[in-house]
Design a protein around this ligand. Sequence first.
Ligand code: GLP
Length: 242
Amino acid sequence: MTIRIYATPRRAAAALARRVVAAVLENPRLVLGLPAGRTPIPFYDELVRLCARGVLDLSRVTAFNLDEFLGLPAQHPSSYRSFLMRHLFARLPVGPRRVYLIDGATAAPDRECARYERAIARAGGIDFLILGLGVNGHIGFNEPGPALVARTHRTRLTPASRRANAPLFRGRVRDVPQEALTMGMATILRARRVAVLATGREKAGIVRRMVDAAVTPWVPASFLQLHPAVHVLLDRAAASRL
Ligand code: GLP
């Protein structure tokens, strides 16, 4: 793992955006994996700015989202699909060539997960996967527990994750769905390159456990220690316990 610490969340986000620019220059047909959450918002702002200035061209890129709530209608404003549309895709002059979003409104979740894994395989796998970090150590919605699931799957959200996502639901934890669909740990670990963006003091403890403690399913992000090409971008607050 390489770790870089930046003065502010915005600088960490800008550094990650520069990495995307470099990766797309190297391979214009890059396959990207993208998260939702509050942390990546400045990163998406920066991608939009770079695209508008002509510094970044995503027109041949393929994008996959990382996870999605289960049971929300497709157009629900709190879905991760809506989040990515609002913060990224709808703002780009020219969007990615292909965008794959997990369908959280599906009536057949297991079939939807299998379809998603097949789509990732057909795209040739994920080249560059960008992750946020849950305060409880989750990545995507791979929640802490006695065991992890390898592939894209249906999962029950922990109370901590539902609380963390409440701001998307006007602060109402009871409105946050109980379940989600998420790429699995093997889906994540098979990405050729991974970047984790974590900012803010509330992430400092879990950042330390991700990079510097035992690899355990109770901290799913600790499995990233097993990956050969993980880059962690932090602001000073998130790095304050390293
Ligand atoms: C959410 C999502 C993750 C996200 C993480 C951090 O619940 N499932 O994909 O990376 O938690 O969210 P935030 O950036 O808002 O702290």
